[in-house]
Design a protein around this ligand. Structure first.
Ligand SMILES: [Zn+2]
Length: 150
């Protein structure tokens, strides 16, 4: 299970079970949706972030990336085996067993936790989008001047 956590308003948003049906956090800045709910591929749109083009220190034209924008949301990942584990109260041993049984390819296993927090794009199945589903992205605004994003 993946959820969106908005750092601006504190809302936690569960994506619709249907593909390409965005849900928005309380403040309206972030929208989240499954590209494919069966594969678990998730997209996030941040309406305050516009791509811009600019000339870097070497004079090369570049377009900003989500990393350069500065993200104000996280994706929360909850292991399905944890959510669906039998029992009303889990012991420390239960948690260790849940993590042990998670395949090595999952971030849960790497950090040995059934719950993780990542930025969109920091896993192969999450990313930022330049537009909501079915919309064309706005062209990048051309700043035309040197901008230091470092
Ligand atoms: Zn929000």
């Amino acid at each position: 299970m993946k959820l969106l956590y908005c750092q601006r308003c504190g809302d936690i948003v569960s994506p619709s079970s249907r593909a390409s049906q965005p849900r928005t956090c309380e403040c309206g800045v972030h929208a989240v949706w499954w590209r494919d709910p069966y594969l678990g591929t998730l997209s996030v749109f941040d309406k305050t972030r516009r791509r811009v083009t600019y000339l870097d220190k070497e004079g090369d034209r570049r377009t900003t990336t989500a990393k350069e924008w500065g993200s104000t949301c996280f994706i929360l990942g909850l292991a399905n085996t944890w959510l669906n584990h039998p029992g009303d109260r889990l012991s420390l041993e239960d948690y260790k067993k849940i993590v042990d049984e998670i395949p090595d390819s999952y971030i849960f296993k790497t950090v040995r936790s059934p719950a993780i927090r990542i930025r969109p794009g920091h896993s192969s199945d999450t990313k930022y989008e330049d537009a909501l589903p079915g919309q064309e992205p706005n062209p990048p605004e051309d700043l035309g001047t040197v901008v230091d994003f470092s």
